[in-house]
Design a protein around this ligand. Structure first.
Ligand SMILES: O=C(O)[C@H](O)CO
Length: 321
């Protein structure tokens, strides 16, 4: 009898279809997405389904053993994975880009609108009985997307999808910056510019870069000081791309108009965190890809990546191969 390869799914909340794909070929074990449980269940597995933002460290890889050949992360970002260590150990890695572009772009647009139109602040004003006709015509004024300039830092799949969505908002100019001009920039009518030009000219700045040693802390005091005082900053990438103290200072001193954040440091954010006290900051708890459809597609893609690698073929969306 041929022994089936073993796969550990480190989460109890993976959509059934993904588990079904794995179970149809492999010996599947499921455990809690906690380090203790993972360390207990990982010895001897050939494939690993990693759905949390928990760091996949050397202790876990050592405990797995040398037969571990494939890791599928159920996220587009893989900053919590040491890719060179996986490469060194001959372990293949796949992630889940593309399938989440729509959902993450939706959250980006939602945050942009909520921050620019002061939705959370306005709702709190109602609850605190501060909505009064005495407020006059200049109360709770926001910024408009119509005829604005939108700047995208990092024109990947999410950035492109944000631009496509905002086309319906009568935006005047789309700018983007990054390592170089991209063919999709021309397709969507976005102009490639330098970072400083983008910051000084944009009314809305979207952070869509992956977290790397190059992008860590890139949204800092200098960055915010170049933005317009009326501009809105939206982050759907990773919290660590932002120097959060600098952002808090910029929001407090009204150096920028507002921020909309789906990602921050730390996550989960403590309920008494300073960011939550800022009236001009709208926060969602890392919900970018959190729709039923997208999470299901991400889980299925992760299962297929693991299955492909264990069957000796290229993952659908490989990072290390
Ligand atoms: O990297 C990802 O997949 C997103 O941040 C999840 O929401």
């Amino acid at each position: 009898m041929i022994k089936k390869a073993k796969v550990l799914v480190a989460s109890y909340t993976i959509p059934e279809e993904a588990i079904r794909i794995l179970r149809s070929q492999f010996d599947v074990r499921v455990c809690e997405a906690k380090k203790d449980a993972i360390l207990l269940n990982i010895p001897g597995v050939d494939g690993l389904f990693w759905s949390s933002h928990l760091r996949l460290d050397d202790e876990i890889l050592d405990k797995a053993g040398p037969q571990l050949k494939a890791v599928g992360v159920m996220s587009a970002g893989y900053d919590h994975i040491n890719t060179s260590e996986l490469q060194r150990r001959g372990i293949k890695l796949g992630n889940t880009p593309i399938v989440l572009n729509d959902a993450v772009a939706d959250i980006a647009v939602l945050l942009c609108l909520a921050a620019s139109r002061r939705i959370v602040e306005a709702r709190i004003a109602i609850e605190e009985s501060r909505w009064s006709f005495d407020n006059g015509t200049q109360w709770m004024l926001g910024q408009e997307i119509s005829e604005s300039t939108v700047g995208i830092v990092g024109l990947g799949g999410v950035g492109v999808t944000i631009v496509r969505r905002l086309k319906g908002f009568n935006v005047n100019r789309f700018l983007y910056t990054g390592h170089g001009e991209k063919p999709e920039g021309a397709t969507i009518g976005a102009e490639f510019v330098g970072l400083d030009y983008l910051l000084t000219n944009s009314d809305f700045v979207f952070a869509c870069v992956p977290l790397t040693s190059e992008t860590e802390n890139m949204f800092n005091a200098r960055f915010f000081s170049l933005m317009k005082r009326t501009a809105v900053f939206v982050n759907v990438s990773r919290g660590a791309t932002v120097n959060q103290n600098d952002l808090i200072a910029a929001l407090k001193e009204n150096k920028i108009f507002a921020a909309g954040l789906d990602v921050m440091t730390p996550e989960p954010l403590p309920s008494d965190h300073e960011l939550l006290k800022l009236p001009n900051c709208v926060i969602t708890p890392h919900l970018g890809s959190a729709t039923k459809k997208t999470r299901e597609n991400m889980a299925i893609l992760t299962a297929k990546n693991i299955s492909n690698a264990l069957n000796g073929t290229l993952m659908e969306t490989p990072v290390v191969w």
